[in-house]
Structure formats: structure tokens, C-alpha cells
Write a protein that binds this ligand. Structure first.
Ligand code: BES
Ligand code: MN
Ligand code: ZN
Length: 504
């Protein structure tokens, strides 16, 4: 019934290429193109490939046509190779190399291969690349094998890479498998994030999340309105009450047999399937983007899937409060007072500050499920975009735990930046008639939103990732198409992998 009403995409949005490690020399790989990442200013390295291409590569360097800047690409025809084409991809200078640049190289190479309709790809991993970089490169190749055309009625003009053969100096099996899994999960999240509001309401979101979580050692449970009422979740119910599609709360548990009883990591993701702003309605310009307001929810689901498939020995929960923020005769009004499950009452002076409301109930519920460490991910505030721009995720939270997330993001090659939380921000939330306001005004808008969330976690270690800027790419870049980015999937997996190392 669900799929009948909401409708599934007609086409697939991405393909996971078959990956295989090869012991072959680059010249012996049977593929339509051989992708070779190269460092900027590393002439000697390019020499190896230049010899096969009759001096074409060095000639391009000398002409200034190619210098191996990040994502810069050069095609050449090697003679005497099994593959007739070679694609050099720049990763910038060796000194500034990072997982992020490796992922971008993989993604931009994949986009080029698809444009040139090359289905079978060989990849040569340069000497000295660590597992983190190889994992990111593979993740990038998978991310680049994605498009948004799944609602088109024909496959015309769409092309995907079907096979990737990787030649690495050492044994790259694990790094390749990890990169493939994370890329696949992030792509599945991107499909959900890009899905229009009429295709994805709260119950459809949780149904599709459950499909993603149909993996070993994960169980899922969906709380409906009557269960939410029993628990007193007036914040989630309040936000959801204006919509014809009722709210849901997805609770997923990954409980591997070998995991200790504690710690328990809870990942909580905002799941607003469409944000009109409610009665405090948003302006219509750019409103169509508000279908991505469940990006946090999709991300925590993708991360849990990867963590479970990787069999990380740690108990992890994922919670997704899902609602549609609509206006109707039944919608909450500005000035309404809601009471959440934690007992705190909130004066809703702006119905557009809905994310913090639904997260309030979900964060509290995570503490009730005995989470010892919480991370929430949310497209929460326009203010974080003003503060950090469109590609950096804002990080708030408990001292110590915040640094764990920051270090994981660094390894994962995702941009997060720490933001402050001072007690003064709590003052701004003061309400005359309730325990707090949900919208304290423009000053420090991302900080006061984080301070609001903090009121629901008690003494549990908690971090908040505001992805309002980073979840969505407005402009086409060499390594990414427009739309959902899948950002923070890899960081969350990295946090889980870092279990026990420096956890407060
Ligand atoms: N979903 C929005 C935040 C958002 C804005 C995400 C732009 C992506 C791009 C959120 O629900 C919202 O509307 N926040 C308000 C809060 C304000 C009313 C206190 C905002 O940021 O303007
Ligand atoms: Mn809003
Ligand atoms: Zn929102």
C-alpha cells in the first residue's frame, strides 16, 4: 500500500560497480580506461606513465595544459597497453594530501568515465597511499557513479561504471570493501534526501530506512502516534499534527553479539520530509529544497547500515523522528505551548524552528534507551550557513566527545568545524510562559538551536552536527553533481570504528 500511494522511482539512481583487486601491471589490465591519481609537482611519477604515451604527458605539463591540481584530468593513449586509454587525475601537492582529496579524485574520475561511456575501469593506486586514502578513493568512485535521473521515464543518456579493477601496491582488500560499503550506503541516503516530498512522507521514510537496515544484527521498530502519546512526545506530535501524513519515530538497534554492554552510541537524525515552515511559512523562493530536511535522518540510517555490515563491535542505535512540517487547520500556531516527553514545556514562537522540537523528544528517548554517547545530525539552521558556508558542517557538544567527532571527521576527510556553546545562550531561550522558547532570534542562531537541543540530553555525552549547508550541493563541482551530498556518513562510521580510543 505504501509503495502504491507514494510510488517508487522508475529507475535506479546509482550502480555499485563490481570491485576487484588485481595483481596485473597497469599495462596488462583489461579495461576501457585506466585511472591514475597523480601528485602535483611530482614529475618523476608522471615520467613512468609518460614513457608509455610517447611523451604526450610531459608535453601537456610543459604546455601548462595539465599540472595535477586537485581534480584536474588528462587523457592519454598509451601504446602497447591492453587498455587504449589512460586518465590521469590530479590530487594536488603531496604535502597537502588528504582523504578528502582522494575521495574527490575518485568521484571526478568516475564522472568523467561515465561521460565518456567507459564501463570497465582500471585504477592504479600510487605507491605510499595509506588505507584511509584508498578507502576514500573507492568511496569517491562509488559516489561518482550516482545521478538524480531515477524519476525519468527512460534510461536514455544514463550511463554507469559496471566494473573497477584496482591495482594497489599492497593488500587493499579491506580498504576497498570499506570504501565500497560506505559509498553504497551514502548513495542510498542521497536517494532518500533527493526524493521529493510527494514521494517520501514520514511513514515512507521509515519504511525505506527499514529496508536499508535489513542487515544482520539490526532490528527496527517504528513508533506511531498512539505510542508517542503514551510516551508524552508532544514536541514530535505537535510538529506532525499539521500534516495529512502522521509522524513516526524510527528506532533501530545494532546489537552485535561480541559487543560490550557499554558504551552505547546513539545516532539521532532529523527527519522532516518537507519543511514549509508551518504557519510561520517560509518564502516560496528555493522552498523546493526543503525536501532535503530529512538529510540527517537518512545519514544516520546509512551510517548504521555501514557500521553493521562492517561488524564494528559496538552497540549502536539510530533514531529518526519523522514528520512533515505543514500548515493546515490542525497545525500548531505561533505562541502554542507544547510539552515534550522529557517534561520540559516549549513556547513555539516560530513554527519554522521545528527541527529542534522533534529532536528534543528523540534525544530524550535516546537517553531512555541508555545511550552513553549521542550524536545528532540535522539540517537545523540557516544560521550555520551564514557562519560556516555551504561546505562545512558545524559541530557543537560536550567537551571531550566533540573532539572525538572532530578527529574522526579529519580522518574521514569531511569538513567539520567546532562551534561554541556558552551558558549565555541558555538565557536567550527564556520564555515568559514556558520552560523555553524555540526561536530566540537571529543572533547566534546556530548556537541557540544547539543550546535548545542540549536541554534534552541530561549529562550524557552529546554532539550535534548542523548540516544545513553541507547536506546539499547548490552548484555542480568537478567531483559532485547538484543535490544531496551524503555528508557525515563516513564521519559517523569513523566514530564507531574509534570505539574505546579517547572516548570520554
Ligand atoms: N530546515 C530549516 C533549516 C535550513 C535552512 C536548512 C536552510 C537548510 C537550508 C529549519 O527548520 C529552519 O527553518 N530553521 C530556521 C530557524 C529559525 C526560525 C529560528 C532558520 O534557520 O531560519
Ligand atoms: Mn524549519
Ligand atoms: Zn527544518
Amino acid at each position: 500500500m505504501l509503495s502504491g500511494r507514494m510510488g517508487r522511482p522508475m529507475q535506479r539512481a546509482f550502480q555499485i560497480p563490481e570491485f576487484m583487486a588485481t595483481g596485473s601491471k597497469p599495462s596488462d589490465i583489461d579495461a576501457d580506461v585506466i585511472v591514475i591519481p597523480v601528485f602535483q609537482g611530482d614529475a618523476a611519477e608522471s615520467d613512468i606513465w609518460d614513457a608509455a604515451c610517447d611523451g604526450d604527458i610531459l608535453a601537456s605539463y610543459q604546455r601548462g595544459a595539465f599540472s595535477a591540481k586537485p581534480c584536474e584530468q588528462l587523457s592519454a593513449q598509451p601504446s602497447g597497453w591492453r587498455s587504449r586509454r589512460l586518465l590521469l587525475v590530479g590530487v594536488g601537492p603531496r604535502a597537502g594530501f588528504s582523504s578528502e582529496l582522494a575521495r574527490r579524485a575518485g568521484a571526478c574520475a568516475a564522472l568523467t568515465c561515465r561521460l565518456q561511456r567507459r564501463a570497465r575501469v582500471g585504477v592504479v593506486v600510487p605507491e605510499g597511499w595509506q588505507d584511509d586514502a584508498i578507502e576514500s578513493l573507492v568511496e569517491g568512485l562509488v559516489l561518482g557513479n550516482y545521478d538524480n535521473g531515477h524519476h525519468k521515464s527512460t534510461e536514455e543518456g544514463r550511463f554507469f561504471i559496471s566494473r573497477v579493477e584496482i591495482a594497489a601496491p599492497g593488500d587493499a582488500t579491506q580498504a576497498v570493501a570499506r570504501g565500497q560499503r560506505i559509498g553504497e550506503a551514502a548513495n542510498a541516503a542521497r536517494v532518500l534526501i533527493n526524493e521529493p516530498g510527494n514521494h517520501l512522507n514520514p511513514s515512507e521514510l521509515v519504511a525505506r530506512a527499514q529496508q536499508m537496515l535489513a542487515v544482520p544484527d539490526v532490528t527496527t521498530e517504528v513508533l506511531d502516534e498512539s505510542r508517542m502519546k503514551e510516551l508524552g512526545m508532544g514536541l514530535l506530535l505537535g510538529v506532525g499534527q499539521g500534516s495529512a501524513s502522521p509522524p513516526r519515530l524510527l528506532v533501530a538497534r545494532y546489537e552485535p553479539q561480541d559487543a560490550p554492554a557499554s558504551p552505547v552510541l546513539a545516532l539521532v537524525g532529523k527527519g522532516i520530509t518537507f519543511d514549509t515552515g508551518g504557519i510561520s511559512i517560509k518564502p516560496s523562493e528555493g522552498l523546493e529544497r526543503m525536501k532535503d530536511d530529512m538529510a540527517g535522518g537518512a545519514t544516520v540510517v546509512a551510517a548504521l547500515r555501514s557500521i553493521a555490515l562492517e561488524q564494528v563491535p559496538l552497540r549502536v542505535l539510530a533514531l529518526v523522528p519523522a514528520a512533515e512540517n505543514m500548515l493546515s487547520g490542525g497545525a500548531i500556531r505561533p505562541g502554542d505551548v507544547l510539552r515534550g516527553a522529557s517534561g520540559l514545556t516549549v513556547e513555539v514562537n516560530n513554527t519554522d524552528a521545528e527541527g529542534r522540537l522533534i529532536l528534543g523528544d528523540a534525544l530524550w528517548y535516546a537517553t531512555q534507551l541508555s545511550a552513553t554517547h549521542i550524536i545528532d545530525v540535522a539540517t537545523l539552521t540557516g544560521a550555520i550557513v551564514v557562519a560556516l558556508g555551504k561546505t562545512t558542517t558545524g559541530l557543537f557538544g560536550t567537551d571531550g566527545w566533540r573532539e572525538v567527532i572532530q578527529a574522526a571527521a579529519q580522518r574521514a576527510g569531511e569538513r567539520v568545524w567546532p562551534m561554541p556553546l556558552f551558558d549565555d545562550d541558555r538565557e536567550a531561550l527564556k520564555s515568559e510562559i514556558a520552560d523555553m522558547l524555540n526561536s530566540p532570534g537571529r543572533a547566534g542562531g546556530a548556537n541557540t538551536a544547539a543550546m535548545f537541543l542540549k536541554q534534552f540530553v541530561g549529562t550524557t555525552a552529546w554532539a550535534h552536527l548542523d548540516i544545513a549547508g553541507s547536506a546539499w550541493a547548490e552548484d555542480v563541482r568537478p567531483w559532485a553533481i547538484k543535490g544531496a551530498t551524503g555528508v557525515m556518513t563516513r564521519t559517523l562510521v569513523e566514530v564507531a570504528r574509534s570505539l574505546g580510543k579517547n572516548w570520554p
